[in-house]
Design a protein around this ligand. Structure first.
Ligand SMILES: CCCCCCC/C=C/C(=O)SCCNC(=O)CCNC(=O)[C@H](O)C(C)(C)COP(=O)(O)OP(=O)(O)OC[C@H]1O[C@@H](n2cnc3c(N)ncnc32)[C@H](O)[C@@H]1OP(=O)(O)O
Ligand SMILES: Cc1cc2nc3c(=O)[nH]c(=O)nc-3n(C[C@H](O)[C@H](O)[C@H](O)COP(=O)(O)OP(=O)(O)OC[C@H]3O[C@@H](n4cnc5c(N)ncnc54)[C@H](O)[C@@H]3O)c2cc1C
Length: 674
């Protein structure tokens, strides 16, 4: 066994992989973290939070009952929240602990194999207070929420409606006599359903309800509602609340249901930044844009792109390290069994996962910066950039979550049978990420939002009107000839744009045809939605490819030569992979020939071989501590078989030499006495 500097015993195959890596791993870590300063700060935070050992469980979460799991998750959430208020806030340079700090969120992952029951408090309750309250409301609620004197969640979705927010049924009817809102759940389908932490943890929540005043409905608005006693935690009269039961994942998040029976809250508990109800019941609209009350969702969609990039980095770290230590089959009888990482099909499964983690990480930083710019403009009363940003954040959320879920599952396949073990860490990652494809806006629904924007932009381009930056390529959609294929990175990106433009044009043409044939605009749209989703997906892929490429060129401008090379290989791999996934579309909308595609496939396969020696270095560069990976297969030392056996021996099933089931059922059945 080889020894590392830290006196850690490392699997010799992994040690060999590290020895042959030809680039400076730390430089790539800095790129992924967004700079050396960020890496240093992240490491400090991780050291304080994780070296204490507070994240560890005596018994793995997977062996606990649901109730034990939940209580254990609350215990650790409280430890982590206390750390955040104290040492971590200062280290992260935040005035208070950072709801939007990826480092803080990521470090918290070490404490939970699933999720924290406080996820919604930090992820949506606090951001809603920040984004939807007047300054006076904020000064009342925010300090209490940040100090965790109150714990909240975001209860929007109901049993009957999640996607269609305008269809929510919970009512908030203003009573000017008492200056209160009366919250009511008129039907079973109006019960709030899903909010994280609602089942048992929170005592407050943001409730999204249809606002009625002076007999008129003004649509959905957010309210802050106390649901449990601040001292005893007992649900308040008029509140029916509980937990919704076991799920695929999120089993430590106590997602809950909530119903109201004419439950009264003070007028001031309507979040009044964007609209107000005066004492006499007069409704006053403040916001310039009708959809600003959807702001928290937009914020979370931005956050999620970063979140899934991180989870994909974890899955690819696990699968690549495992593939380096795992040896299987004997293609050459005189040689030892190869590492499974040497199989080109394995490289095809895994290297795209590494490249996608990079692409999404860099896109998420770019998206976050764009979001900050939009927020700054909106502060000055200008909402002009919101539609483009909504279209962009919608498609990036949809594609990043969907691609990550797919690639995490691919990482599981790459780990064979052992990838199916909970202890591999991959099932929990998949369960978490596959939910992100649905929540905060379903995949299809969000892509159709982007498609609305694309169609409008296409019509603007047709009328020779100016276009916003992310769709400026549509200006070239009317040249009449197919885009020229060119296999350089920029050439491939132009082809992706040509696909998006071509697919949008097909949708517009088909919709117009259908309308001429007598269909209403709504029906013509509906009949075209399969293609509209495909157009929005193509647009998003063009945006990701373009952003990834530009960002890598910018970020490696001063990098050492080998880092430049390996980063260039990864971006090129990403472009080749998606071009080869979309050969049919390329044949439809560009001048690519069959020979070009055969050549591209060969170039792709050669690229896999070039990346192969650096594969372990590339995942090491994600710099994910073992505590974050929670994986028998992916630990830094590669002691996979030892860890699998250690974990198996921890199973409560192995406590007794003979199971009780033997005397109860097996024996009687085998002796014919059942
Ligand atoms: C690390 C943090 C983790 C946190 C964990 C979170 C756990 C999960 C939490 C949740 O899931 S909370 C619930 C989330 N729910 C949703 O996301 C619901 C999804 N549905 C919607 O967003 C909307 O209903 C809709 C599908 C976008 C449609 O809304 P609506 O019916 O009101 O509008 P339309 O008529 O379709 O469109 C009108 C017009 O408005 C534009 N628009 C819609 N949304 C926005 C927005 N957010 N911002 C800006 N503009 C928006 C839309 O594009 C239309 O524009 P035009 O085409 O008419 O110009
Ligand atoms: C783990 C998890 C945590 C959650 N946490 C919260 C929370 O904390 N707070 C909260 O409020 N909510 C939460 N949710 C709810 C979540 O936001 C919704 O489930 C999500 O927005 C999808 O809505 P839905 O369930 O109504 O799906 P539906 O809209 O019923 O979707 C079902 C199918 O119908 C399709 N569909 C629906 N509408 C259209 C359309 N217009 N055009 C084409 N196809 C359509 C969808 O594509 C999908 O295939 C959570 C959900 C999950 C899974």
């Amino acid at each position: 066994m080889t020894q590392t500097n830290n006196n850690m015993t490392v699997n010799p195959d992994l040690a060999m992989e590290r020895a042959k890596c030809n680039f400076n791993v730390l430089e790539v870590t800095h790129i992924f973290d967004g700079g050396e300063r960020n890496t240093l700060q992240r490491k400090k935070i991780e050291d304080v939070a994780l070296n204490s050992g507070a994240s560890k469980d005596a018994l793995g979460e997977e062996h606990m009952s649901p109730k034990e799991k939940y209580e254990n998750a609350v215990r650790k959430s409280c430890i982590y929240a206390t750390m955040m208020k104290n040492e971590l806030a200062e280290l992260s340079g935040l005035e208070s602990f950072g709801v939007s700090s990826p480092v803080i969120r990521r470090t918290a992952d070490a404490f939970f194999k699933e999720v924290s029951p406080f996820l919604l408090h930090l992820g949506m309750f606090v951001p809603t207070i920040m984004g939807q309250c007047t300054p006076e409301q904020q000064s009342y609620w925010l300090p209490r929420a940040l100090d965790m004197q109150i714990i909240g969640t975001y209860a929007q979705t109901e049993l009957g409606h999640g996607t269609f927010i305008r269809g929510l049924e919970t009512t908030a009817t203003y009573d000017p006599e008492t200056e209160e809102f009366v919250l009511h759940s008129p039907t079973l389908s109006s019960y709030k359903w899903w909010a994280g932490g609602l089942g048992k943890t929170v005592n407050y929540c943001i409730v999204v309800a249809q606002l009625y005043t002076k007999g008129e409905c003004h649509g959905t608005h957010p309210f802050i509602v106390q649901i449990r006693d601040e001292d005893t935690h007992v649900p308040l009269p008029g509140i029916k609340v509980g937990e919704i039961g076991p799920k695929m994942g999120f089993n430590t998040a106590d997602n809950g249901f909530l119903g109201f029976d004419h439950y009264r809250i003070p007028r001031e508990h309507m979040l009044m930044k964007n609209a107000q109800v005066l004492k006499d019941g007069t409704y006053v609209k403040v916001a310039r844009h009708g959809k600003l009350t959807y702001g928290t969702m937009v914020f979370v969609r931005v956050v999620l792109v970063n979140e899934v990039a991180f989870n994909l980095a974890k899955a690819s770290t696990i699968a690549v390290r495992y593939s380096a230590i795992r040896r299987q089959s004997k293609p050459k009888p005189d040689e030892v069994e190869p590492q499974i990482l040497d199989y080109v099909t394995q490289q095809h499964k895994l290297f795209i996962a590494i490249a996608t983690a990079h692409a999404l990480q860099l896109c998420s930083t770019w998206l976050w910066e764009s979001f900050s710019a939009v927020l700054a403009q909106m502060k000055g009363g200008n909402t002009d950039t919101l539609p483009e940003f909504h279209a962009l954040s919608s498609c990036l959320k949809a594609i990043s979550t969907s691609d990550s879920a797919h690639l995490i599952e691919q990482c599981r396949h790459a780990c064979g049978g052992h990838g199916y073990m909970i202890s591999s860490g991959i099932p929990n990652l998949y369960n978490f990420v596959s939910a992100t494809r649905t929540y905060e806006g379903d995949y299809t629904v969000l892509l159709l939002q982007t498609a609305r924007f694309l169609v409008k932009a296409y019509e603007q381009a047709e009328a020779k009107k100016p276009l916003t930056p992310t769709v400026s390529y549509l200006a070239h959609a009317f040249s009449g000839s197919r885009a020229t294929w060119d296999n350089s990175p920029d050439g491939i990106i132009r082809s992706f744009q040509a696909l998006a433009a071509g697919k949008t044009a097909v949708c517009v043409t088909n919709m117009r045809k259908r309308m001429r044939a007598g269909l209403s605009q709504v029906d013509a749209w509906e009949m075209s939605t399969i293609q509209l989703v495909a157009a929005a997906e193509a647009h998003c892929r063009a945006v990701i490819a373009d952003t990834y490429r530009k960002e890598i060129v910018r970020l490696t401008a001063n990098s050492s030569p080998n880092v430049k090379v390996v980063m260039d290989q990864l971006t090129t791999l990403y472009l080749y992979y998606w071009a080869l996934e979309r050969t049919g579309d390329l044949l439809m909308f560009t001048s690519v020939s069959q020979k070009d595609l055969v050549d591209l496939q060969i170039a792709y396969e050669e690229l896999l071989l070039k990346i192969r020696p650096n594969a372990v270095g590339l995942v090491d560069a994600f710099d994910l501590r073992d505590e974050l990976l929670h994986s028998t297969l992916g630990s830094y030392d590669g002691r996979v078989y030892e860890r699998l056996m250690e974990e198996a021996l921890k199973s409560p099933m192995n406590k007794e030499p003979v199971s009780d089931a033997y005397s109860k059922y097996l024996r009687p059945m085998m002796k014919g006495k059942l």
